[in-house]
Write a protein that binds this ligand. Structure first.
Ligand code: FE2
Length: 376
């Protein structure tokens, strides 16, 4: 039995790689112009910056969207010869870069590569009239990358090379504030080496573990371990499929993404009921609500909460707790036709980690969708 709280465990992280938070998330997509429209219309992101032929970039187009502190970059290749085309061909639309905001991108590169990280981008300094940004990058699971971004001497909108994106179409935001965590799916037998990589190369600490005895149904199972940096601003849970009578949903992801990659991005709000109502009215599709018994049993599981249960049940919002408080969560359906990347909306009320009850409820509702797709 663990005797330390999650907050106490975080203090055991190593401090050779200080991280201030998520800098941005970049997705490689088949049509960035249309994807940007979707994330504005459905999720309430705001137009921020653009790079493409009109700004002197010849081979890709990138749209930068912002909401709260969340910056989402949507990039598409402009020809089959660009290597991004291969990424999109193989994986479909998906997350390529989980960029981390650091104070020293050169030192982040040195500290991680000397501990065995595979190089994605050698350290470089890019400049424009607004100052300089220093960047470097390493590979994590699959073809996914951690970019280190140091922007203390930069006053521009996003990065050098990008221009302001002025749009006449500006739907209002839905109250999304920051990236809470990003989850990776890894292949059979790859959990331990991935966890060790985050411990050894990034100095992260394992704050929570769910095994296949906790997260299972009659048919399938998965294992999950949550990795966090020392201040808890960056959390990367990792999932691995586990043996069951039928196919694990993590295996379904691996089959359709054709490899390891980001399963979901969790974004925080201070008012999940209003945010989710808004998202639903804009056409965002969420997983089915759990059975009524989930809500009838809720007070026993999590104790007293500030919210009325009726709207939570109506919207299908899940509630769980850890030793420090509770949290409210809901999960979208995949945001592309392949059953790969989806989003989570989360509101934390004291809890720093996650609860097994919600994890299991999520797993069961994904499995119902998996069965509909004929992939169970
Ligand atoms: Fe999550």
């Amino acid at each position: 039995m663990d005797t330390l709280t999650v907050s106490q465990k975080m203090t055991q992280a190593q401090d050779f790689l200080p991280i201030n938070g998520t800098d941005h998330i970049e997705m490689y997509v088949g049509n960035a112009k249309q994807a940007a429209h979707f994330y504005k219309t459905a999720f309430g992101f705001q137009s921020l910056a653009y790079a493409g032929p009109e700004t002197g970039v010849r081979d890709v187009a990138s749209y930068v969207l912002q909401q709260g502190k969340i910056r989402l970059v949507l990039t598409t290749p402009l020809s089959s010869k660009n290597p991004i085309s291969e990424h999109v061909y193989k994986h479909g639309d998906g997350v390529k870069i989980l960029a981390l905001w650091v104070d020293d991108a050169y030192k982040a590169f040195e500290e991680t590569t000397k501990r065995g990280a595979k190089v994605y981008m050698d350290p470089k300094t890019v400049t424009d009239e607004h100052g300089e940004v220093r960047m470097s990058g390493i590979y994590t699971y699959g073809e996914t990358v951690h970019l280190f971004v140091e922007r203390k001497n930069y006053k521009g909108l996003f990065l050098p090379g990008y221009k302001e994106w002025k749009s006449n179409y500006n739907p209002k935001d839905v109250g999304l504030l920051y990236v809470d965590h990003c989850v990776g799916n890894v292949g059979w037998g790859r959990m331990n080496s991935t966890i060790k990589w985050y411990e050894d190369v990034m100095g992260f600490v394992n704050i929570l573990t769910f095994d296949d005895k906790q997260i299972n149904t009659e048919y399938s199972a998965l294992m999950s371990k949550v990795m966090s940096n020392g201040n808890g601003y960056v959390k990367f849970p990792i999932n691995e499929p586990a043996e069951g009578k039928k196919k694990s949903q993590i295996e379904e992801y691996l089959d359709f993404y054709e490899g390891e990659g980001v399963q979901h991005i969790a974004v925080a709000t201070h008012d999940i009921i209003t945010t989710v109502r808004d998202l639903k009215s804009r056409g965002v599709e969420f997983l089915d609500a759990p059975p009524n018994a989930y809500y009838e049993d809720m007070t026993n599981r999590v104790g007293k909460i500030d919210e009325d249960i009726a709207p939570l049940q109506e919207l299908g919002i899940l509630v769980d707790c850890d030793e420090e408080g509770y949290l409210l969560q809901i999960f979208t359906k995949p945001v592309e036709d392949r059953p790969t990347l989806f989003f989570e909306i989360i509101q934390r009320k004291g809890a720093q980690s996650f609860g097994a009850g919600n994890f299991k409820a999520l797993f069961e509702s994904i499995e119902r969708e998996q069965a509909k797709r004929g992939n169970l």
